[in-house]
Design a protein. Structure first.
Length: 342
């Protein structure tokens, strides 16, 4: 019982997703006598669904965070789990001699974006299943509390508060991939132009939408644009609402060409979308490469300057900060207006 209490205190003491995940895998691993435990994210990429590990622990090892690039493993490789998710079931099990695996979806309404995977040599006893259910209950409650505090209530996107942390995590992960541990192969070739990008998206003439159609329609436009942002970018990119009609996107590990193409496709998608009652809405976007030695404020400032350029040169367009600087187009804006941004 001491051990159970210790794990419960540990799990409920965190205000951070990564730490909560680590505590959850540690608790399940010890209390259910598991050999291997993982927390998985389930994300849709087009019609396919993928599983990516967020945290894991092996027999005798310390819990660790996982942050692999790429979409992860396809759900099709886990037929028992796929069937359980389709039936909105409480758990799935698969057994073969010497290895039993249990998956427990963390349901939030009709969605399960997080799944616990627990594996060991012997089948789980009723008492262990009962213990796992108890840990999952606490984990689910804390996940939902954390998500509530990290999300914007109108759009469900991440809020400003979580930005610095997400940016730091993205940069750390990129640095680890560039510089593997001694003896480990490099996961990505240097010089392929893969970088991290930050884009600031602002709805054009949004005040007019509010003035003409009222705040409820304005809110509806923001929700639709948030949905379009989430479906335009990949699962491991991050989308934030910074407040008002301004959104920020962190794009992970891609080339300039790709970043521009993805952002441009989003802009064109908004322009061609018919917003109920309101009709056409457009967005302007400024984006910049994230340089690890720049502070978040400086990086945001660069993207904001590119956005300002887009706004003052016709709106409904995507502008790249580094390109504007290289072309000598941002010099006056940068020197005159930096104080306006921060
Ligand atoms: N409906 C709604 N409106 C909001 C919300 N937050 C901010 N706004 C409104 O967004 C509008 C932003 O207007 P401005 O900053 O003048 O910018 P704009 O009209 O979009 O013009 P440009 O950015 O220059 O194209 C203001 O009218 C705010 O009241 C919100 O949550 N819901």
């Amino acid at each position: 019982m001491d051990s159970l209490l210790k794990h419960m205190v540990d799990m409920t003491g965190h205000r951070d997703h990564a730490m909560l995940d680590l505590s959850a895998v540690a608790a399940v691993q010890e209390l259910a006598g598991a050999q291997h435990t993982r927390v998985l994210s389930l994300a849709a990429v087009g019609p396919a669904r993928y599983l990516r590990a967020r945290a894991s622990v092996d027999d005798g090892g310390a819990p660790r965070l996982e942050d692999e690039a790429g979409p992860g493993e396809t759900l099709d490789a886990y037929p028992e789990l796929a069937a359980c998710l389709a039936a909105q079931g409480a758990r799935a099990e698969a057994g073969q001699p010497g290895r039993h695996t249990m998956w427990v979806p963390i349901w939030r309404g009709e969605l399960a974006a997080t799944i616990l995977e627990i594996a060991r040599a012997a089948p789980f006893t009723a008492a262990e299943v009962h213990t796992i259910d108890g840990i999952v209950g606490v984990y689910r409650n804390f996940l939902s509390l954390l998500e509530y505090s990290e999300r914007d209530s109108l759009t469900g996107l991440l809020n400003r508060k979580t930005f610095d942390d997400q940016l730091a995590r993205m940069l750390q992960c990129a640095a680890e991939q560039e510089s593997p541990l001694p003896g480990q192969p490099e996961r990505r070739q240097k010089g392929t132009g893969h970088e991290q990008w930050l884009a600031v998206v602002d709805v054009d003439h949004f005040k007019l939408v509010n003035d003409r159609f009222g705040h409820l329609y304005g809110d509806e436009v923001l929700i639709l644009i948030a949905n379009m942002l989430q479906s335009s970018f990949r699962a491991h990119d991050r989308v934030f609402r910074f407040g008002g009609e301004e959104f920020v996107v962190l794009l992970r590990s891609t080339t300039l060409e790709n970043a521009r193409r993805i952002i441009e496709r989003f802009r064109a998608g908004v322009e061609s979308h018919h917003f109920p009652q309101v009709g056409t809405v457009t967005v302007s976007v400024g984006f910049t490469c994230i340089k690890p030695y720049d502070s978040p404020v400086v990086t945001l400032g660069h993207a904001d300057q590119a956005l300002y350029f887009a706004k003052t040169h016709g709106r409904n367009q995507v502008c790249h900060y580094d390109q504007l600087v290289a072309d000598g187009l941002l010099a006056t804006v940068a020197s005159n207006d930096t104080a306006e941004f921060f």
